[in-house]
Design a protein around this ligand. Structure first.
Ligand code: NAI
Length: 283
């Protein structure tokens, strides 16, 4: 069954980016969120990015208008009834995600594939909350979605080959490069990235160096395009903490314990760039 119509669930930083690349690649997109305000903000964000691409002559005005015409919004999850595929990008919390997957499973057509953009939660467990575990898969985009080339495609224990092929094919149509990953805590990307970010936070916590100097070490010393503390602010410190907790619990290994300073910042509501304050301040 060809994928033509896609519901993206969650209109935050990742969901709006996923909706944008899907619409730009010719898919009909229904963007869903529980908050009407989040939907409006998501669409405004997409418009802003498309306008910038027109200004930089990367796309034409016509392409921008065509993309926007393929994007619709809804606060009703039942509207998934005409969709061939869903990509969920809501908060990184298993209970909230499985609740949404149960609703998607109840209302989506039988052939529809249900994907999650989770950064770290087990796909196998998300799949088990539905009656179509063979059609549940991880589709982990990187932030910012319109810019970053990689998609980790994560196979849960019961994901079928047919589902995997359809999603890998879709990633290609979105002009992304996909990698095939098995379902282990943090998958591949965050199993490697997050312990580095957590260690950078420990270095700050222990007074090894300042925020700016830790970032400079990794930028100029290791040729990373962005320091780990800046990157943590961009990802969201709440998301970083969730992922470290998943790694810690999933492997039962103390090397993955989240730094107390990360927990303190999250408890203070310092969630990084999206909240205006993380390791840096944003106006
Ligand atoms: P965000 O906080 O920017 O957006 C989440 C959105 O989901 C909000 O608009 C919220 O209103 C909505 N939402 C919450 N519950 C909902 C529900 N039941 N139904 C519909 N919408 C609901 O979060 P962000 O950063 O976009 O992350 C979303 C997911 O993507 C998480 O699973 C995260 O781990 C993953 N992710 C995040 C990356 C990042 O760099 N921030 C990178 C890759 C994956």
């Amino acid at each position: 069954m060809a994928i033509e119509k896609v519901m993206v669930v969650g209109a935050g930083q990742m969901g709006s980016g996923i909706a944008q690349v899907c619409a730009q690649s010719g898919y009909d997109v229904l963007l869903n969120d529980v908050s009407e305000e989040a939907l409006q903000k998501g669409i405004q964000n997409i418009e802003k990015l498309l306008t910038r691409s027109v200004d930089k002559e990367r796309i034409s005005e016509q392409e921008k208008n065509d993309t926007l015409s393929r994007l619709n919004t809804t606060t009703e999850i039942q509207d998934v009834k005409n969709c061939d595929m869903t990509i969920e990008a809501i908060v990184e919390n298993m209970d909230v995600k499985t609740n949404v997957f149960r609703q998607l499973d109840a209302h989506a057509p039988g052939h529809a594939i249900l994907a999650s953009n989770t950064s770290s939660l087990p796909i196998t467990e998300i799949a088990a909350s539905t009656n179509r575990a063979d059609k549940v898969i991880g589709m982990h985009f990187m932030n910012p979605v319109p810019v970053m080339k990689l998609v980790e495609v994560i196979r849960g224990l019961q994901t079928s080959d047919e589902t995997y092929e359809a999603v890998a094919d879709m990633a290609k149509k979105l002009s992304k490069t996909s990698v095939e990953v098995n379902d282990y805590p943090g998958f591949a990307a965050n199993r490697i990235l997050m312990p580095m970010i957590n260690e950078a936070i420990y270095a700050l916590h222990e007074g090894v160096a300042s925020v700016e100097d830790i970032d400079t070490v990794m930028k100029l010393g290791m040729n990373h395009p962005m320091g780990p503390l800046t990157l943590a602010d961009f990802i969201g410190l709440d998301t970083c903490l969730y992922i470290m907790e998943v790694l810690h619990e999933g492997f039962g290994d103390s090397k993955y314990r989240p730094c107390p300073l990360l927990r303190k910042y999250v408890n203070a509501g310092w969630h990084g760039k999206k909240s205006g304050r993380g390791f840096y301040q944003y106006s």
